[in-house]
Design a binder for this molecule. Structure first.
Ligand SMILES: CC(C)(COP(=O)(O)OP(=O)(O)OC[C@H]1O[C@@H](n2cnc3c(N)ncnc32)[C@H](O)[C@@H]1OP(=O)(O)O)[C@@H](O)C(=O)NCCC(=O)NCCS
Length: 160
């Protein structure tokens, strides 16, 4: 699988690659610091083995995973299942970069849209998605385990 080198906003070289089973503990650690309902390792492992997926991690030159995105094809929509940036590495453009990669992947494969759910109260993430062109597409009531609603946001592709 191809490994790409990208220049981060800080000028450092960030490697983009698919996640591997050996990354799971690191992903779990970021996950626990990022979400009230973190994915356990078994879900990450299941995702690595599942068909029709597009998953990427961003790795700094020292080898530390700084951000990741997991997504799954649902017909012609690429659905973002999970996206997070390590708390010590936020606001450096990593999540924006991952969304751009997902968008490029979806466009290359003839996808019609990229879609995700986000907690209604997650104003930082909603600001990110809005800045990247996602539009509010609906609400899923009590979508999360603690009862919070999800905002559904979608990025239409191929629109002129
Ligand atoms: C949401 C999250 C993934 C953003 O990651 P990030 O790498 O820090 O985001 P970026 O640096 O790529 O942000 C790009 C732009 O999005 C917007 N943005 C990102 N985080 C923001 C925040 N907390 N508040 C306001 N705007 C924000 C800004 O416009 C930002 O550009 P700027 O830094 O030039 O102002 C990260 O905060 C995170 O992991 N949060 C916990 C997990 C989570 O909520 N995931 C989303 C679930 S739906």
């Amino acid at each position: 699988m191809a490994i790409a080198q990208e220049t981060g906003r800080d000028g450092g070289r960030v490697i983009v690659r698919p996640p591997a089973p050996g990354d799971i503990h690191e992903l779990e650690a970021i996950e626990r610091r990022s979400f009230p309902d973190p994915w356990p390792g078994v879900i990450f492992l299941g995702e690595l083995a599942a068909p029709g997926r597009y998953h990427r991690v961003l790795v700094e030159p020292g080898g530390e995973i700084v951000a990741y995105l997991f997504s799954a094809w649902q017909y012609l929509d690429l659905h973002i299942l999970n996206i997070a940036t390590h708390p010590d590495h936020r606001r450096r453009g990593y999540a924006r970069r991952l969304l751009g990669l997902a968008r490029e992947h979806a466009e290359r494969r003839g996808g019609e849209s990229v879609t995700l759910e986000v907690r209604m109260g997650n104003t930082g993430a909603i600001a990110l998605y809005t800045a990247e062109g996602f539009e509010k597409a609906g609400v899923r009531r009590r979508y999360y385990g603690d009862g919070e609603d999800a905002l559904v946001m979608t990025l239409p592709l191929g629109a002129v």
